[in-house]
Write a protein that binds this ligand. Structure first.
Ligand SMILES: [Ca+2]
Ligand SMILES: [Ca+2]
Length: 375
């Protein structure tokens, strides 16, 4: 049976695909032969990257086979991104150039801290928190903190947090200086007259402690201890009664060199016997019923003895009628200084008793409580 062959058209694939980069050839309806074998162009992606550290694979334009996926370069970020916490920067995970993702490395930002807004290490500072622990912001740059004994200009510069007169110190020295080892002095020598133990502006008191310069009237040994700059012998009249002790004392002078308050430049002719009670003084004529303030005793007139104001006794017996006197026996005597007893204002006779001789019977008719006064 004869027949007529018809050439196949473009709807008929005439060669099977042999690879990812092969293309299908179709009959063209003009020739009985399948067109020449062709391959895909080099712009065709033939394999997607199997993991982040590989690149897409492109056809070569010459082979029907898809080449292996190339490795992503080492600049490729693949896993956890870069982070910065406190002062530790963790770099982003990156490809190793051989298809493997490698975790990021940790780096210290010290002496700076992390800038969390950019997840990076700071390179300048504006405040102390811009620096890592153990560093401080010096101008615009972080620097390591200084150990005790080192030089400093601010407290933040010191490990201890205490910059004393430009030296880092173990603590706040108060009025004391800090030595080259960073230790605070704890005592001073009153006559040293230097700032080696007391800080500038402070002076050393007689008890070996540093403090504010001594006020006029405070005990001193040398002028450098005193606010006035002068220490001299003065005679104290602390109670202000006009009489001073016969012995002088070393005291800080007033500003300008004069005597401090309640002191005189020379002893008075009669020495005060109790300079803490203005009522106790030479030639005191009054009597007192309470002991001297600060001194005790009742020698208010500085005569080295306590003289009683009221010495009369009036027992109101044995015929001793009359007025004025302590209601005590002759043997008992008047009460001592400051002691209270009964004072007879009047005892009088209303009758006589005769056995064997006649004498009046005295009766107490008026008394009052009274306290013995002395001076
Ligand atoms: Ca006095
Ligand atoms: Ca006296």
């Amino acid at each position: 049976m004869g027949g007529t062959c018809v050439l196949r058209g473009p709807s008929h694939a005439c060669r099977t695909v042999a690879g990812a980069c092969d293309v299908t050839e179709y009959c063209n309806g003009l020739s009985p032969d399948c067109p020449a074998d062709g391959v895909a162009s080099s712009s065709l992606v033939c394999a997607q990257p199997p993991s982040p550290c590989y690149l897409a694979s492109y056809c070569t334009g010459m082979s029907p086979n898809c080449p292996n996926n190339p490795y992503a370069p080492t600049t490729t970020q693949c896993g956890a991104p870069r982070t910065c916490t406190n002062a530790t920067l963790t770099t982003a995970a990156r490809c190793n150039g051989a298809g493997t993702c490698v975790d990021g490395q940790q780096q210290s930002c010290a002496p700076y801290s992390c800038d969390t807004s950019t997840q990076s290490c700071r390179t300048t500072c504006q405040s102390q928190t811009d620096c890592a622990q153990g560093a401080y912001c010096n101008g615009a740059h972080c620097a390591p903190k200084v150990a005790n004994g080192g030089m400093c200009q601010q407290n933040e510069a010191c490990v201890s947090g205490a910059c004393i007169d430009n030296r880092c110190c173990a603590g706040n020295c108060g009025q004391y200086t800090c030595d080259t080892g960073g230790t605070c002095a704890t005592s001073c020598s009153p006559t040293a007259c230097s700032t080696s133990q007391c800080r500038i502006g402070a002076t050393c008191a007689n008890d070996g402690t540093c403090g504010a310069p001594l006020a006029p009237g405070q005990p001193c040994q040398v002028g450098c201890q005193c606010a006035s700059g002068q220490c001299a012998d003065w005679y104290p009249d602390l109670d202000g009664d006009g009489y001073t002790d016969s012995a002088s004392v070393r005291r800080c002078s007033a500003q300008g060199g004069g005597p401090p308050p309640n002191h005189h430049s020379g002893a008075t002719s009669s020495a005060d016997c109790c300079d803490s009670d203005g009522n106790a003084r030479p030639f005191q004529s009054s009597y007192f019923s309470t002991p001297r303030v600060g001194c005790g005793g009742f020698d208010y007139d500085c005569t080295s003895g306590e003289q009683q104001r009221w010495t009369a006794v009036r027992p109101c017996d044995n015929g001793q009628c009359g007025s004025g006197g302590w209601l005590v026996s002759q043997l008992q005597g008047p009460p001592g200084c400051g002691v209270s007893a009964t004072w007879v204002l009047l005892c009088e006779s209303e009758e006589f008793i005769c056995n064997p001789v006649c004498r009046p019977v005295c009766l107490v008719s008026d008394v009052e409580p009274r306290t013995q006064e002395c001076h």
